[in-house]
Design a protein around this ligand. Structure first.
Ligand SMILES: C[S@@+](CC[C@H](N)C(=O)[O-])C[C@H]1O[C@@H](n2cnc3c(N)ncnc32)[C@H](O)[C@@H]1O
Length: 310
């Protein structure tokens, strides 16, 4: 078993117990150079945006992808790459929801630069079902005036709306057409997740589409490739509560458990797509309850897309 992840978990736990822990974590990430956007991360985020947009037109109807559609993103994080991609595809408004406003002018500038570069190289059009030239020009204009107008005015010009706070308390002016999240649901406590799904259901109108990418791997895998994607399933709930932290908590839920939470919220799962691992990958991981009695095919899942049409 690796030691790198144990070190990371210990540091995260210590930071999570300090005041303004998200800000402090951001500063530490910045100092360690881990906040800089790499090409692979950009590609991955733009690919995710494309997946959401295709889901929107496949499940909601191709005519929904006409300029002006409204998006809500849960857990926007530091770099607004997905919201910016939505803007180039014609979104009229993107509500960027996170507990805290984690972005800033520098991160916005960096994100816009990457999206423009991707549009100019032709790559963006490979990721997204539609890229509007006038929207890319709008991004260029916004980028060139960013330093003089400031972040908030620039966000406003682009239709990006910061919504800091618990998304369960959000009251949007108009119902979103598309709800999305990227690697967020696996970080939320089950009762809160049910509340979020209920809130989205209440905000939706018939035909609103919801597309969530859930990463069901042990996230410490991303700092320690010596561990299995299922390493965290070896710990009992009690042990995991000691290891887990408030900075990047992991609920460890498996696919059937997510389905149960959707059901509890009265939200249908219209389509489920899994990135399946091999049940054989669980070999060498002594599964703790309740994972030990689940179907290994449900436990050995790396990621999933949960899509809904309201
Ligand atoms: C893993 S991060 C998001 C990563 C980001 N989507 C990305 O692709 O880089 C999960 C985010 O969800 C946010 N979050 C968790 N619960 C929330 C809630 N109830 N309302 C709004 N945001 C929430 C957290 O603050 C956190 O920033």
């Amino acid at each position: 078993m690796g030691t790198k992840w144990v070190l990371k978990a210990t540091v995260q736990k210590a930071v999570s117990l300090m005041p303004r822990s998200q800000r402090l974590n951001r500063r530490l990430q910045q100092l360690g150079g881990r906040l800089a956007l790499g090409e692979a991360t950009v590609r991955q985020r733009l690919g995710w945006a494309g997946h959401h947009l295709r889901t929107f037109s496949e499940l909601g109807g191709a005519e929904r992808l006409t300029p002006g559609f409204r998006v809500l993103e849960l857990g926007s994080g530091w770099h607004p790459l997905v919201p910016l991609a939505m803007v180039t595809a014609g979104a009229g408004e993107v509500l960027m929801c996170d507990l805290e406003d984690l972005s800033d002018e520098e991160l916005l500038a960096e994100s816009i630069d990457h999206v423009i570069a991707s549009a100019d190289s032709g790559e963006l059009a490979e990721h997204l079902p539609v890229v509007l030239a006038d929207r890319v020009d709008m991004l260029r204009d916004a980028r060139s005036s960013l330093a003089s107008t400031g972040r908030d005015a620039t966000l406003g010009e682009l239709g990006l709306v910061l919504c800091p706070g618990d998304v369960r308390r959000l009251a949007p002016d108009a119902p979103p057409d598309l709800f999305v999240s990227n690697t967020v649901l696996e970080h939320i406590d089950p009762p809160v997740l049910v509340g979020i799904l209920e809130a989205f259901s209440a905000m939706s109108v018939p035909g609103s589409v919801m597309s969530h990418l859930i990463d069901t791997c042990d996230h410490y895998l991303y700092v320690d490739d010596s561990i299995s994607a299922y390493n965290f399933l070896r710990f009992s709930e009690r042990q995991w509560r000691l290891i887990d932290n408030g900075l990047q908590p992991m609920n460890r839920l498996r696919i059937p458990q997510f389905r149960e939470l959707y059901e509890a919220a009265g939200v249908p799962v219209t389509r489920e797509q899994r990135l399946t691992g091999e049940p054989g990958d669980l070999r060498g991981v002594p599964l703790a309850p309740p994972f030990d009695t689940m179907d290994p095919a449900d436990v050995a899942c790396l990621a999933a897309w949960f899509d809904t049409v309201f």
